[in-house]
Write a protein that binds this ligand. Sequence first.
Ligand code: AMP
Length: 278
Amino acid sequence: MKPKLINSIEEMSAIRRLLKGKIGFVPTMGFLHKGHLSLVSAAKKQSDIVIVSIFVNPTQFGANEDLSNYPTDFERDIKLLTDLEVDYIFFPTDEQMYPEGYKTWVNVDKITQVLCGRSRPTHFRGVTTIVAKLMNIIDPDLMFMGEKDFQQLVVLKQMVKDLNFRTKIVGCSIIREKDGLALSSRNKYLSSQGRNKAICLNKSLLLAQKLFNEGITSSNKIISQMTDLIEDNESIIDYIEVFDPETLEHIPEVVSGSRIALAVIVENTRLIDNIKIV
Ligand code: AMP
């Protein structure tokens, strides 16, 4: 069966009120790849009804970011979601989500100012606001999100807890290309040379794990070797950070369970990735 396409908030809310069973929700910005589809598959397995949203959320882009170029392919997205037998696709317009006179923001303190928040100070405010709105409209039992955006996952779990949403967030592992590059809609911006350079993100994370396996635990030492590897690939580091996965606070010594995340600019495209050190 083809998914039902819904582009109005009123219709989505009205349909939702009639749905029974466990509702699984996957929020996306479209231009779907296997990373998104892994979330949909997880939702299919764990829910009775699956709703996917496609909305390129303008408020999570900074003034000089790629909102106007953000890749889209709605027809292809619909086909992929039809193949996976999704039940509903919700794709509201900007005007519906942010009508003239819109004034309300959801903001999570502190953990939104570190890591990606340093160079994207208004990004997470946009993310938490749109996800809160989508959750109010869809009221899902489960919401599926990728660990690819690890900070986003932690921030949204905090929001759900603090604002007493009843939805449970399910974190799903990072899907990668065979050579280790984490799938991302933004990989489309890369030339074939850039694509090769971009593997340095994952390579540097694997190097961190190797160093840890060899007994090196100093975050500074690990970050320094990761830095060399990335700079050898002519890429610009926004940040590399070693942190506690719950507080997102920097830790000077890596332990099993620590996270390392990084943002690197390859050919003007800012890419992110992370690893759980085991
Ligand atoms: P986006 O469309 O970029 O907003 O991403 C929508 C969801 O897909 C988010 O929960 C992302 O974390 C998740 N996602 C994006 N890329 C990947 C990936 N390579 N593996 C797993 N999940 C991903």
